[in-house]
Design a protein around this ligand. Structure first.
Ligand SMILES: Cc1cc2nc3c(=O)[nH]c(=O)nc-3n(C[C@H](O)[C@H](O)[C@H](O)COP(=O)(O)O)c2cc1C
Length: 159
């Protein structure tokens, strides 16, 4: 069993959006090889209309280049990307996505895939926070066992 197969099995019924790509950073890559049902709901698209595309399909007018540059730098250096991007659904509506993306390594160390955990967030009402993470809160909170397990891996948490 590969790490990717394990993720697929666990991600199936997860409440958090989970998307896995190959390790190609240059366009037309990265190519999505797996997305769970929650990811399909988040982006408003059927899973067979997601697999095979680049995650860039979620970008639009207000997706900021600075965020994408930081994303690309993290992918290139094999580091985690934890950030907030403006994504677009298929019907054109935009939403703020919290994205925690990590490289998956093959046994010999090479990066084989990237996995991203994604959820919709909204701006927190009240005092402006100093960090991006403090400015947003998730639109729904899930308490399934995978969400608990992901907490142990600090997914959506501080590095
Ligand atoms: C697993 C994974 C998930 C991604 N999810 C998104 C996303 O939801 N929205 C987005 O704009 N870019 C996302 N990206 C980033 C883009 O695919 C791309 O890497 C980014 O636009 C930077 O590359 P570029 O400089 O060629 O545009 C994701 C990348 C990976 C590997």
């Amino acid at each position: 069993m590969t790490a990717f197969e394990l993720i697929q099995a666990l991600a199936q019924d997860a409440a958090i959006g989970i998307v896995v790509t190959d390790a190609t950073i240059e366009p037309p890559g990265p190519t999505i090889v797996y997305a769970n049902a929650a990811f399909g709901l988040l982006v408003g698209r059927g899973l067979d209309d997601i697999v095979g595309r680049s995650p860039r399909f979620m970008q639009g007018k207000e997706t900021r280049r600075t965020g994408l540059d930081a994303f690309r730098r993290a992918l290139t250096s094999g580091e985690r990307f934890h950030g907030f991007l403006t994504n677009y659904r298929t019907d054109g509506t935009k939403y703020r996505a919290e994205i925690d993306c990590r490289p998956l390594h093959a046994a010999e160390g090479r990066i084989e895939n990237f996995v991203a955990f994604q959820r919709e967030v909204i701006r927190r009402i009240g005092r402006p926070a100093t960090s991006a993470a403090g400015r947003y809160e998730p639109t729904s909170v899930s308490n399934d066992s995978l969400t608990e397990a992901l907490r142990a891996l600090a997914v959506f948490g501080h590095a």
